[in-house]
Design a protein around this ligand. Structure first.
Ligand code: OGA
Ligand code: MN
Length: 218
């Protein structure tokens, strides 16, 4: 399988480092984690999603708790599926990452879900954790950026916070940069962007399905 995803050629070089960083610090980032050809394919695919008018206002919470809250986040999203090759290839890579993290960190990550996100100028996502209250099902968050022309001053960095405290990292959302962090432990924020800001945000989840509780579909 892995041979059909040449972008993952260097994957073995950084996945150990990523697993160690997640275990020790709770987060990891890498520039150029994904080839520029693949970033271009994902960007073109996102453009098509936009042209087809398939982005939706992002909300907070799931199902009955779902609400659009413009004071919290201002991005537009599209949940990835395997219908189109660029999305399928990316999801196949996420599957490699999932298996590798399970092996190295003794986790039981069960599945991966991800969406494109487009932040128009002025949009932001206030400081938050990714795992929902009382349901520890999102364990590791992943973000991949698709912004070829990002420059300092364009805003929309990813700001990570120390537990309960101060800023500990500010990551430029440049095309090809990948970030992984522990969903329940790392509080983070996207300050306002001045340009259209494109990313894929995804989550490796535990299987929380039991007989009397079907883990909610999106
Ligand atoms: C999220 C999120 C960060 C980013 O979607 O939950 O925090 O940099 N995204 O896009
Ligand atoms: Mn988040």
């Amino acid at each position: 399988m892995i041979q059909s995803f040449p972008e993952l050629a260097e994957f073995s070089a950084w996945i150990d480092e990523a697993a160690d960083a997640l275990a020790e610090h709770g987060w990891f980032w890498r520039a150029d984690a994904v080839s520029s050809a693949q970033v271009a394919a994902l960007s073109a695919d996102l453009d098509q999603v936009i042209d087809d008018d398939r982005l939706k206002r992002a909300g907070i919470g799931r199902e009955r708790d779902f609400q659009v809250d413009r004071d919290t986040r201002g991005d537009w999203i599209f949940w990835l599926d395997r219908q189109r090759p660029a999305q399928a290839a990316f999801l196949a890579q996420a599957e490699q990452i999932r298996l590798a993290l399970n092996r190295r960190l003794f986790l039981a990550l069960f599945e991966f879900e991800a969406h494109y996100a487009l932040y128009p100028p002025g949009a932001f996502y206030r400081r938050h954790f990714d795992s929902f209250r009382g349901t520890a099902n999102r364990m590791v968050s992943l973000v991949l950026y698709l912004n070829h022309d990002w420059r300092p001053g364009d805003g929309g960095e990813l700001v990570l916070y120390q537990p309960g405290g101060d800023e500990m990292a500010r990551i430029a959302p440049r095309a090809g940069t990948l970030v992984l962090f522990r969903s329940e432990e790392i509080e983070h924020e996207v300050p306002p962007t001045r340009i259209d800001r494109a990313s894929i945000a995804g989550w490796f989840r535990l299987n929380t399905t039991t007989t009397d509780h079907l883990d909610p579909p999106r």
